[in-house]
Design a protein around this ligand. Structure first.
Ligand code: ZN
Length: 468
């Protein structure tokens, strides 16, 4: 740094080796004077008094900047308020207030800014590493923030500006996301997920693909080398073209040997989203064939049908199956669905009913309690814990009372072939078929485009080979 300085003042010094010693001594002395002079100037500007000396003027004219005199660590410990633009990176333990006051912004102004931001974004949610652009200015003798901007998360930006009356306006601007439809296809070589990852399919899409086919494909046993897949899904892009998030799979197919399975996403008139075959048939979602609970044993304390009631001592129909189990052991949802009822019902005690589709529901009684977050309206997955075994209601000991309801009738859980499929009919089917033809046309065009560009690439390769 010193060398540069000397070079600046004495460009000829390089050639005059003998003068080096003398000159550097001189330069050190000069630099020391400058340091002292500079400190005086800072003090002077803070107190807003004392006219500048001739030497200071010279220093300013030399363009000798503070940064070259005060070490970085020194500057960090004692920042000098300086109008300008700063990019601050949030570090562990930082708060918005201490970032601002460390910059030299008065607490009152920093707090005004904090309060305005809090209306649109909780400043405690700053992430370590998050960058904040801050422009400062001296207004009416106070060192204040003129504007502040920061990207909160992908596509969301915090913008704060100072108003004429020195108050602040904060808002969160969202980038408008652009929808993109993407089609990928490929061969399976090894596992489905590895093959797809190698082909650039995002993890979220891979997971969705496996989920929507899981009722029909055993991904561990059914897949052979050379089987193929095709996925059409949505991406949401930021204005710069980068992907903000992946959307849903619109269409997916998997071809196992000669057997091709295709699924189309469809939202029915009731707002339920599911995947259907091209004919509008729902993929079959079986209810759990084993008992829907963690405790698996062969014991059944009471079967479905007419029996002598253990409490009333008369002959009544028992509308479910009783599985004895230790109090507190987990009860599972027998299939994907929506919790319709989760409340105490006299004889049943704590009771849950899940609607799986238009045909099937299942019910669970005498529960000790419900799993966290499970209430009426909750969407549950097959095998998810919904509650715990107990002995509430009219019960003689801890057990799960389990019912299967088909088209409103309670049926024997042990004898049903619970293929709970909900096929599309009527207006839903008409709308669905319309959508299928649109999707198929888009797919055809996209595939044709891909094939065209592949052919073009092949021709170009052939051409260049000829030339060579
Ligand atoms: Zn029972």
């Amino acid at each position: 740094m010193l060398k540069d300085f000397i070079k600046q003042i004495y460009p000829s010094i390089k050639t005059k080796q003998c003068l080096v010693t003398f000159c550097s001594t001189f330069a050190v002395a000069l630099a020391l004077i400058l340091v002292i002079a500079k400190n005086t100037s800072v003090k002077a500007s803070v107190s807003n008094s004392a006219p500048m000396s001739a030497l200071e003027n010279e220093v300013e004219n030399d363009g000798f900047e503070e940064e070259t005199i005060i070490s970085e660590e020194e500057a960090e410990r004692h920042p000098i308020p300086h109008d300008g633009k700063y990019t601050i990176e949030v570090k562990s333990g930082d708060t918005l207030l201490n970032i601002l006051t460390d910059m030299g912004v008065e607490y009152k102004h920093a707090n005004d800014l904090f309060v305005s931001i809090r209306k649109v974004f909780d400043p405690r949610d700053l992430r370590i590493g998050q960058k904040i652009e801050i422009e400062t200015a001296t207004i009416d003798g106070s060192y204040v923030v003129k504007s502040l901007a920061s990207t909160l998360k992908t596509g969301q930006h915090l913008n704060v500006t100072i108003n004429d009356d020195n108050t602040y306006s904060a808002r969160v601007d969202k980038d408008e996301l652009i929808e993109e439809v993407k089609t990928v296809y490929g061969q399976i070589n090894g596992t489905v997920s590895a093959s797809m990852h190698n082909n650039g399919v995002p993890s979220r899409i891979v997971a969705n693909f496996i989920h929507i086919f899981s009722a029909g494909v055993d991904f561990r046993r059914d897949i052979k080398k050379g089987d193929t897949y095709e996925i059409m899904y949505k991406n949401y892009l930021l204005p710069d073209g980068s992907i903000a998030k992946n959307g849903n799979i619109i269409y997916a197919s998997i071809t196992l040997g000669k057997n091709k399975m295709e699924l189309y996403r469809f939202k029915d008139a009731g707002g339920n989203v599911d995947y259907y075959t091209s004919k509008g048939a729902a993929i079959k979602k079986n209810l759990l064939s084993r008992r829907p609970m963690a405790h698996q044993s062969s014991r059944i304390s009471s079967h479905f049908g007419r029996r002598r009631h253990p409490i009333y001592k008369d002959i009544r129909t028992h509308w479910g199956v009783d599985y004895p189990a230790p109090k507190g052991s987990a009860i599972y949802a027998a299939g994907d669905g929506v919790v319709e009822v989760a409340q105490y019902r006299s004889g049943y005690g704590n009771y849950i009913r899940i609607r799986h589709n238009g045909e099937y529901s299942t019910a669970y009684g005498h529960m000790n309690g419900y799993a966290r977050g499970v209430r009426a309206g909750t969407r549950v997955k097959k095998g998810q814990t919904i509650g715990y075994v107990g002995s509430t209601g009219r019960s003689t000991g801890p057990h799960l009372h389990y019912e299967v309801i088909r088209n409103g009738q309670r049926v024997n859980p042990l004898t049903i072939k619970a293929t709970a499929a909900n096929n599309l009919t009527g207006k839903n089917l008409t709308n669905f078929k319309h959508q299928v033809s649109k999707i198929d046309e888009t797919r055809k065009n996209m595939l044709a485009d891909v094939q065209k560009s592949e052919k073009l690439a092949q021709e170009q390769t052939a051409q260049s080979e000829k030339v060579n």
